[in-house]
Design a protein around this ligand. Sequence first.
Ligand SMILES: Nc1ncnc2c1ncn2[C@@H]1O[C@H](COP(=O)(O)OP(=O)(O)OP(=O)(O)O)[C@@H](O)[C@H]1O
Ligand SMILES: O=C(O)c1ccc[n+]([C@@H]2O[C@H](COP(=O)([O-])O)[C@@H](O)[C@H]2O)c1
Length: 212
Amino acid sequence: MERSEFPIARAGMSVGLLGGSFDPPHTGHVRVTGEALKRFGLDRIWWLVSPGNPLKRHGPAPLAQRMVAARAIMRHPRVTVTSLEEQLGTRITAQTLARLRVIYPGVGFVWLMGADNLAQFHQWQDWRRIMDTVPVGVLARPGDRISARMSPAARIYRQYRLSGAASQMLARATAPAWCFVNLPMINLSSSAIRAHTGWGQGPRPRGDGVPI
Ligand SMILES: Nc1ncnc2c1ncn2[C@@H]1O[C@H](COP(=O)(O)OP(=O)(O)OP(=O)(O)O)[C@@H](O)[C@H]1O
Ligand SMILES: O=C(O)c1ccc[n+]([C@@H]2O[C@H](COP(=O)([O-])O)[C@@H](O)[C@H]2O)c1
């Protein structure tokens, strides 16, 4: 269990949240974090290292192992690696956001994700509540640009899309608002790294956290 540590944020700040399994974290995560800071006009980014993605059948490597690896790779004065979902007892993003908005009144949260997640966003629990309550920044990812743009979420919320040229407005925009930014494609994924290395081998919990 991680020691309890809630990052500090003052009212008026804009904080991007990059949720992920980070199983393992890689330089693609670091690069999209740097791009998101610049492109979306954010003051800070917090990585939310997930206890387990509710849609993934098999759980990730132990949280403590992923936290150590994430802190080792993500070093930037405006980025904090957190295990907030473990501490809050949430793994459903809509619930995490609702809790953070209560804990940090006046802080403007922005949900960040790669294009692969926009493509399946409509499968997330209460995804429309996420769209309706926080601005969403989407980062291009190799192979997922078209599926993301054609996705149900993109189509249903098309009138709320900011152009890439207006991405700096996202952090101060009122939800629903989302923005897709193109960036130099980073062809890296945790699944490819797992396939080529020994990362996370050994017993893994199921997606619901129960050991198998
Ligand atoms: N290379 C990348 N380009 C753009 N976004 C990325 C990239 N890698 C990860 N992301 C985004 O970062 C967030 C966390 O990613 P995650 O921890 O699932 O890594 P992953 O490489 O996508 O893992 P996996 O291959 O197991 O699905 C997600 O929103 C994901 O879309
Ligand atoms: O809330 C949901 O239903 C939901 C479904 C799938 C994924 N998520 C979140 O999406 C983020 C990216 O997950 P992953 O496994 O693709 O890195 C992570 O924060 C997950 O908790 C959330």
